[in-house]
Ligand binder design. Structure first.
Ligand code: PGA
Length: 263
């Protein structure tokens, strides 16, 4: 199901919801959003902290609602203290996993090579990776955006087969646009579309036109109910990776509505 070309709206809750009240409140408010919206054109993917994963799976149901995590390990099982196996994510009801997020790289030293190993194991376990790529502001300002994105794609995809690459969802997320304090400085629709075309070009060159055509590319970086039309829909993106705005169910609902109502 999740490989059909529907938009995907991914909630990356990060390390939030740290009290029972916050969790219960979110679940209650999200139920109202679900009542208002039948998902026709979109899939919604909820990615809570690992410890809340089962709670979300058990409390939310509905057509085209999926669950994912914000990371996973590159081995299926064994002596890896503190790590989470993609197999257990799948077993507990997971369908997706966000991989290569810039916060994993910044705070945990994840390299593109590690992202590659995680993609491989996650796919073996039956999870769909959401592969994040994006440049820092220095890389953008020095004219290196294309080089950076191509090398992230090159190293993170490694020798992943064409058949598997077809299943990967790609997220263009400029690092400097994450939870931006100055929303006016975000890219405009044309610039974001330019990044989408770059990712498509890479896929086209490496895996051919048919795979590039099918690839789902979404945008992440300060998406909210107000800017979603310009920075996602007008930019031709097939979904969004939403951090801060996903913590507010009604705001998250506006993002879903924008994609659902787009003709
Ligand atoms: P943001 O986070 O929506 O708060 O910018 C997005 C992300 O980092 O996935």
């Amino acid at each position: 199901m999740q490989n059909k070309k529907k938009n995907i709206i991914v909630a990356n809750f990060k390390m939030n919801f740290n009290t029972q009240f916050e969790v219960e409140n979110w679940l209650k408010e999200f139920a109202k959003v679900q009542e208002r919206n039948r998902l026709i054109k979109t899939e919604v993917v909820l990615c809570p902290q690992f410890v809340l994963f089962e709670r979300f799976v058990k409390n939310i149901s509905g057509k085209d609602i999926f669950f994912g995590t914000q990371d996973c390990f590159w081995e299926q099982k064994g002596s890896y203290t503190g790590e989470i196996s993609p197999m257990i994510i799948k077993t507990l009801g997971g369908s997706y996993v966000i991989l290569g997020h810039s916060e994993r790289k910044k705070y945990f030293g994840e390299t593109n090579r590690m992202t590659y190993l995680k993609i491989k194991t996650a796919m073996k376990a039956g999870l769909t990776p959401i592969l994040c790529v994006g440049e820092s502001s220095e890389e953008r300002n020095s004219g290196n955006m294309k080089k950076v994105i191509f090398s992230q794609l090159d190293e993170s995809l490694g020798d992943i087969s064409k058949a598997n690459v077809e299943k990967v969802a790609f997220c263009y997320e400029p690092i400097w646009a994450i939870s931006a304090n100055t929303p006016d400085a975000l890219l405009d629709a044309n610039e974001i579309m330019g990044a989408k075309l770059l990712i498509k070009r890479f896929i086209n060159d490496r895996y051919g036109e048919a795979v590039a055509e099918k690839a789902r590319i979404i945008y992440g970086g300060s998406v909210d109910g107000k800017n979603v039309k310009e920075i996602c829909i007008d930019a031709g993106m097939e979904g969004a990776l939403v951090g801060s705005a996903s913590l507010k169910p009604q705001e998250f609902g506006k993002i879903i509505e924008a994609f659902e109502n787009n003709s």
